[in-house]
Design a binder for this molecule. Structure first.
Ligand SMILES: NC(=O)c1ccc[n+]([C@@H]2O[C@H](COP(=O)([O-])OP(=O)(O)OC[C@H]3O[C@@H](n4cnc5c(N)ncnc54)[C@H](O)[C@@H]3O)[C@@H](O)[C@H]2O)c1
Ligand SMILES: O=C(O)C(=O)C[C@]1(C(=O)O)C=C[C@@H](O)C=C1
Length: 301
């Protein structure tokens, strides 16, 4: 299967970055796009995120070999329904949603004639919207693809080649396992950041001014994550409920152990954990799991 024409539905951070990355890395491909928000369409056209911004979903997906849905997880079903009547049977329809099980179900139900191959580029920032995208976002990052067992291998290979063309490394995974792994590595960390920033701003004894003034190191990193797109993250937690609750249960137990160690003055328990987690951080950096942000991965970061 050859991909020549790619339609991007949703022209925010991820959709826009795909459009820019295609132009930079796969210049023989044609890109079209559509977004439900007229202001976003105008901004996407002004920035040249895709070759042509359609006025309707039908304009964007007509003759596409690959359609990528780049909308919040909770809007995937609506986006799929909007294109269903306008794609040629056998078109590959993929997505970039941060959770996969609910998206697999929604796309499968809405697009029975398409070849549905859900995917998740594990790359992003706290920013969103059509101004936030950049062409190097996917370089040296993973893209996890979660095809059904009966998906034609030629279509999976074509989608994988597309992502490799944008600079990513592709891994195939079962959707349920994806949701558990990402609950640990992405969803719960975001929940923790949202919680601590909310808690800090609610403390009566510490003023908001002091929180801002003294947020130099660790807390500042949490505020970056806690500035992430509220719509996107609301949808992630609602759609990946089971895996998030399972991991949150384990996390809460571990937090209680630390609470007890602090209360009991048990320095060994604290030191052992902190020593172990420092090793994990160093191995992530040493394995070169770098990203496009210029300061990511600096040993002092
Ligand atoms: N932001 C990240 O770090 C990141 C990383 C990887 C994957 N993702 C996933 O990518 C997807 C998009 O996230 P984003 O960060 O690009 O968000 P974004 O807010 O920057 O862009 C989403 C766009 O989708 C549009 N949209 C919403 N509903 C629509 C619909 N029904 N039809 C057409 N357009 C619609 C919005 O107007 C918006 O422009 C989400 O599913 C998210 O889980 C995000
Ligand atoms: O780097 C960030 O700002 C991100 O939050 C990116 C991040 C992540 O948690 O790693 C966020 C959500 C995605 O689905 C994939 C990537």
């Amino acid at each position: 299967m050859t991909i020549r024409r790619v339609a991007i539905i949703g022209l925010g951070l991820i959709g826009g970055s795909i459009g820019l990355a295609v132009r930079e890395n796969l210049p023989d491909l044609t890109t079209t796009g559509w977004d439900a928000d007229g202001d976003v369409r105008a901004q996407a056209a002004a920035r040249g995120l895709v070759d042509t911004v359609g006025q309707t979903p039908a304009d964007a997906v007509r003759d596409a070999d690959l359609v990528i849905l780049c909308v919040p997880v909770g809007a995937m079903a609506a986006a799929a329904q909007a294109i269903a009547a306008h794609i040629t049977p056998g078109t590959i329809v993929s997505d970039v949603g941060s959770s996969k099980r609910s998206v697999c179900e929604a796309l499968g139900a809405a697009l029975p004639e398409a070849i549905v191959i859900p995917a998740h580029p594990v790359a992003g920032t706290e920013n969103s919207g059509p101004d936030a995208g950049f062409a190097t976002l996917f370089r040296q990052r993973w893209c996890i693809v979660t095809p059904a067992e009966d998906t034609p291998q030629t279509a999976v290979d074509a989608l994988a080649d597309f992502w490799v063309g944008l600079g990513a490394t592709v891994e195939v995974m079962d959707a349920r396992h994806h949701d558990l792994v990402l609950a640990v590595t992405s969803h719960i960390p975001h929940l923790i950041a949202y919680t601590i920033v909310g808690t800090a701003s609610d403390l009566e004894e510490v003023t908001r001014g002091e929180v801002i003034k003294y947020s130099a190191g660790g807390f500042r990193d949490f505020t970056r994550i806690a500035a992430s797109n509220p719509t996107m993250w609301r949808d992630v937690f609602l759609s990946n409920r089971d895996a998030v609750l399972e991991v949150l249960g384990r996390f809460t137990e571990d937090l209680s152990l630390l609470q007890r160690a602090i209360r009991n003055g048990d320095g060994d328990t604290l030191f052992e954990l902190f020593d172990r987690t420092r090793t994990i951080r160093r191995s992530i950096i040493d394995e070169g799991q770098d990203d496009a942000r210029p300061d990511f991965g600096r040993k002092d970061h």
